[in-house]
Design a protein around this ligand. Structure first.
Ligand SMILES: NC(=O)C1=CN([C@@H]2O[C@H](COP(=O)(O)OP(=O)(O)OC[C@H]3O[C@@H](n4cnc5c(N)ncnc54)[C@H](O)[C@@H]3O)[C@@H](O)[C@H]2O)C=CC1
Ligand SMILES: O=C(O)C(=O)COP(=O)(O)O
Length: 387
């Protein structure tokens, strides 16, 4: 039996992927083979020696200590794109809420209750809630990954001018982007031209406080900043100062904090970007399938600390080695196997940065001794045998 521990509520469709004959769910810390998680913070968590993988049912992995996981030979997965449409639709709501004051207008109507002169007051006072149109305004999109692309393309459909910035855009992503999205050479260029700026980059040490006082100063007077990516990307004190000085008109964010609560111009949403039935199901199913293929076949799809390594099963046993990306590892692993007179049926090795992963299919199930010897090697972080 393999033990799966869920650290957040995971959609039923995802849990149903695990065959009951070979998997069980546990709440016991330290007993898990794999963890399924959404936004729970694992950074300070101790992991049991049996933990082989963590799957984040979602995009952002800043709640997971990925570097520490790699050192312990734990593969960290996420589910790229699986909730992107849900976030795109909430960004649209954010754009509409910041161009048309529907939220205060609804609050005003509710405050009137069922007053007899309701219809009359509506017509008398609605001019307090006049807005502007999105059509013709410029949207700046920072980060053109799964979400940024959908947002940029949608804004084109809304007849907005769209300017996008992503120095690391993938070829795949570039193909999906509407040709009407203008390409900005720098963050500064986006900030200077946009009426609305929306951020869709991961939170990393490099992107922390991406938008701080000096960036806010470049924004057009009266512009709106939308942050559906992570709170730490925007320096809150600076944004509050820019709002107070009327440099910017609004800050719409999916990441509330005590400092932002109740401040003029701030619209707080309780981290609902991925909270649709469809996105929760997509993420849960994808995360579960990634874990199952890793646990049962050693295959890796959508890990953040290793590249994709997928090989059809052959032979009688598979050795799965998570190791450092240093010279001679492949020769060491294959040498150890051939020294035992064992034939290698198939072998696949890929690396990403400091780490690498090697799958070896052999023609005998008797490989535990080899695995034990490989585990002695300090550059090898985990060896699994799958028969
Ligand atoms: N509010 C919510 O519920 C959700 C929030 N998110 C957040 O949104 C982020 C983005 O999600 P996806 O689009 O799915 O990820 P993604 O990985 O598909 O796209 C991220 C893009 O940001 C780009 N990028 C990285 N550093 C950059 C920089 N300094 N300047 C400009 N571009 C940069 C990358 O090249 C990549 O194209 C996630 O990391 C997560 O933090 C994601 C899903 C739901
Ligand atoms: O996928 C992401 O990065 C998100 O922020 C979604 O978070 P959640 O799964 O709703 O807790």
């Amino acid at each position: 039996m393999l033990n799966i521990r869920c650290l957040n509520k995971i959609a039923e469709a995802g849990l149903a992927q695990f065959p009951q004959a070979s998997y069980q769910f546990t709440e016991q810390a330290g007993a898990e083979d794999a963890i399924l998680v959404r936004s729970a913070d694992l950074k300070e968590m101790d992991f049991g020696a049996g933990l082989k993988a963590i799957a984040r049912a979602g995009a952002g992995t800043n709640n997971i200590p990925t570097a520490r996981c790699s050192e312990a030979g734990i593969v960290v997965f996420n589910t790229p794109g699986a909730n992107a449409n849900a976030v795109k639709e909430l960004v649209l709501a954010g754009l509409l809420m910041s161009s048309r004051p529907v939220v205060p207008a609804i609050a005003w109507i509710e405050s009137l209750g069922s007053a007899a002169d309701l219809a009359q007051r509506v017509e008398q006072e609605k001019s307090r809630f006049v807005g502007t149109e999105l059509k013709g305004k410029t949207l700046g999109v920072i980060g053109l990954g799964a979400i940024g692309i959908l947002v940029a393309n949608l804004a084109v459909e809304l007849d907005m001018q769209v300017v996008g910035y992503d120095p690391y855009i993938s070829v795949d992503a570039a193909w999906k982007l509407s040709r009407q999205v203008r390409h900005a050479e720098s963050l500064e260029a986006v900030l200077k031209t946009a009426d609305y700026v929306t951020i869709h980059v991961p939170l990393t040490p490099q992107t922390k406080n991406l938008i701080a006082a000096s960036q806010l100063k470049l924004m057009k007077t009266g512009a709106v900043l939308l942050n559906f990516a992570r709170g730490g990307l925007v320096q809150e004190d600076a944004v509050l100062a820019a709002l107070a000085a009327r440099q910017i008109r609004g800050y719409v964010t999916d990441f509330p904090s005590p400092a932002l609560a109740g401040k003029r111009g701030v619209t707080l949403i309780p981290h609902l970007g991925a909270s649709t039935e469809e996105a929760e199901e997509n993420c849960a199913v994808m995360a579960a399938q990634e874990l199952i293929d890793y646990l049962e076949n050693g295959n890796i799809r959508n890990a953040v600390n290793l590249p994709d390594v997928v090989m059809e099963r052959s032979g009688q046993a598979r050795l799965c080695c998570f190791h450092r990306n240093v010279p001679n590892m492949l020769a060491h692993i294959s040498g150890m196997i051939s020294k035992q007179g064992i034939n290698i049926e198939n072998l696949l090795n890929r690396s990403q940065g400091e780490f690498a992963y090697t799958l070896v299919d052999v023609d005998t199930p008797a490989v535990e001794e080899i695995a034990a010897t490989l585990r002695q090697q300090p550059e090898i972080l985990r060896v699994r045998v799958i028969v």
